[in-house]
Design a protein around this ligand. Structure first.
Ligand code: ADP
Ligand code: MG
Length: 253
C-alpha cells in the first residue's frame, strides 16, 4: 500500500493554447491535512477539477492510494474514496437538509450496491444521513428546506454532503469563503472534526484558517507547486514570500 493518499506527478493542463497547470508535483501522505494557497487564477480549482476527474489532464500522472486514476470518470474516482466540494455551493435548495444528505449518501451507495441490495442500501443511507446530520450540527434543522438555512449553515451542509459517502480523501474548495470571523472559526472546528483520520486538501485564502488547520501548505503559483512544507517553514520561505505571501496575499485577504 502506498503511504500517499494522493500524488500528482508532473501534471499539465492546457485549455486551448494556454497552459494553466504547468508541471505540478504534489505528494499528500495519508491522514494529513493540506492547505492549497496561491493567488487568484493560479490554477487551484483547476487542480481539483483534474484530481476529481472533471477534466482530463493534458499529461502527467495522478495516483489515488497508489493507483492511477487517469481516465476514470468523476463517479468512479468518488467510488474509489475521493470526494470534493465545489467553490460554488451545490445544494438542492428545495429539498430538506436531511434529504440533501440522504441523496448524497444514496448517490455514492448507488454504485456500490446492486439493485437487489437496494433495500439494505436504503436503511444504510438513512442511518448514514442521520449520523452526518449529527456531525455537522444541523439535527434541529433537518426538515427545513436547505434554501432557508443561513449561509454558514449551508456551507456546513455542503461539507456534510461532501463527507456523506464516507470518502477518505476530502477536497474542499474555499470552504470559509464569505464567512465572518466567528463563522469561519466554527467551520474550522467542523472541518477538523469531520476529517479526523481522513486526508484533506483544502483551497483556502484565510491565513488564520490555513495556519489553524493545515499540517502542510502547498503554494500554487502560475500552475506550479512552488513550495510544500509545514506552515512555519512555508511562512519563512523567501520564494513564497516574494511570490505570494507578500503584496498579493494581503491584496486578496
Ligand atoms: P484559482 O482556483 O487558483 O483561482 P482556477 O483554477 O479557477 O484558479 O483558474 C486558473 C486559470 O484557468 C484561470 O485563468 C481560468 O480562467 C482558467 N480556466 C479554468 N477553467 C477553465 C476552463 N474550463 N476553460 C478555460 N480556462 C479555464
Ligand atoms: Mg478557485
Amino acid at each position: 500500500m502506498s503511504a500517499y493518499a494522493l500524488e500528482l506527478k508532473n501534471v499539465r493542463k492546457s485549455f486551448g493554447k494556454s497552459e494553466i497547470i504547468r508541471g505540478a508535483n504534489l505528494a499528500v501522505p495519508k491522514g494529513e491535512r493540506f492547505a492549497i494557497i496561491g493567488p487568484n487564477g493560479a490554477g487551484k480549482s483547476t487542480l481539483f477539477n483534474l484530481i476529481s476527474g472533471r477534466f482530463p489532464v493534458s499529461s502527467g500522472e495522478i495516483l489515488l492510494n497508489g493507483r492511477s486514476i487517469l481516465g476514470l470518470k468523476p463517479f468512479e474516482i468518488n467510488r474509489n474514496g475521493l470526494s470534493r466540494s465545489f467553490q460554488i455551493t451545490n445544494i438542492f435548495h428545495r429539498l430538506s437538509v436531511y434529504e440533501n444528505l440522504r441523496c448524497a449518501v444514496l448517490w455514492s451507495l448507488g454504485y456500490k450496491y446492486s439493485f437487489w441490495h437496494r433495500l439494505g442500501g436504503l436503511k444504510d443511507a438513512h442511518a448514514r444521513a442521520e449520523a452526518v446530520l449529527e456531525q455537522i450540527g444541523l439535527k434541529s434543522r433537518r426538515n427545513i428546506a436547505a434554501g432557508l438555512l443561513t449561509y454558514a449553515e449551508q456551507r456546513a451542509l455542503e461539507i456534510g454532503i461532501t463527507i456523506a459517502g464516507g470518502a477518505d480523501v476530502i477536497l474542499l474548495d474555499e470552504p470559509t469563503a464569505g464567512m465572518s470571523r466567528s463563522e469561519s472559526d466554527a467551520a474550522v472546528e467542523l472541518i477538523r472534526k469531520v476529517t479526523v483520520g481522513k486526508t484533506l486538501l483544502m483551497v483556502e485564502h484565510d491565513m488564520s484558517v490555513v495556519f489553524g488547520l493545515a499540517d502542510k501548505i502547498a503554494v500554487v503559483v502560475y500552475g506550479e507547486v512552488i513550495a510544500c512544507d509545514t506552515p512555519e517553514r512555508v511562512r519563512g520561505n523567501p520564494k513564497v514570500q516574494e511570490a505570494y505571501l507578500g503584496g498579493h496575499a494581503t491584496a486578496e485577504a
